[in-house]
Design a protein around this ligand. Sequence first.
Ligand code: AMP
Length: 209
Amino acid sequence: MINIILLGPPGAGKGTQADILVKKHGLVQLSTGQMLRDAIAAGSELGKRVKSIMDKGDLVPDEVVVGLISERIDKPDCKNGVIFDGFPRNVPQAAALDKMLEGKGLRLDKVVSIEVPDEELYKRVEKRVRETPPEKRRSDDTVETLKNRLDVYHAQTKALAPYYEAQGKIAHIDGLMTIEEVAAAIDQVLFPAGGGLLGWLGRLIEGRK
Ligand code: AMP
C-alpha cells in the first residue's frame, strides 16, 4: 500500500498525473474538487452550499473536505493505496489528515510537489479557454478565477511544502517537463529503481545514515 499527495497549483497537471498513476499502479484517486463537483451535479444540499464558493475559486470549509475524505478512504477499493489530489489545501487540513490516517492505522508515504510558475499557469488556462468549448470546460476554469485560485494557493497551500519538508516526505518535480517526463519523474520518486537485493541494500544503508 502507498498513500501519496499530489501537490501543486491549479493547472499544474495533478489530475493528469493522478490518472496515469491510477492506470499504471491501481491506486485510487481521491479528488476533493471532483467530489464537490459531483455533489453539485447531483443537486445535493452540499452541492448547493459549495457552488458559489467554488465558482469564485475560494476554499470550501475544512470540515467539508475532511469529512468527504474520511468517509471515502474507508471504502474497500482504497486498500491498495490512494492519491490525494487537491487535498489538503492548507495546514489545518494537513494536520487533520495526519490525525485521520493515524486513527485508521494508515500512513502518508510521500508528497509529490509538481512545480509550475504562475505565468505558465496563465498561459495554460488561456489556451484551454481558446481551444475548449465552454460546455466542456469547468465553470471555474477562467483567467479571472485562476487569479483568485492562485492567490489562495500562495496564501494557504504553499505552506504545505515546509509542513511536509519537516516530515521528510516531500519531493519536488519540475512541472514544465512533458506529461510523460513528469510521470517518469514521479515514478522514480514513488518506486525507486532497484527493487531487488541492491535496492534493499540501498534502503538499508540509507536507513543507517
Ligand atoms: P480542484 O478540482 O482541486 O481544482 O478544486 C476545485 C475547487 O473545489 C477549489 O477551487 C475549491 O473551491 C474546492 N476545493 C477542492 N478541494 C478543496 C480542499 N481540499 N479544500 C477546500 N476547497 C477545496
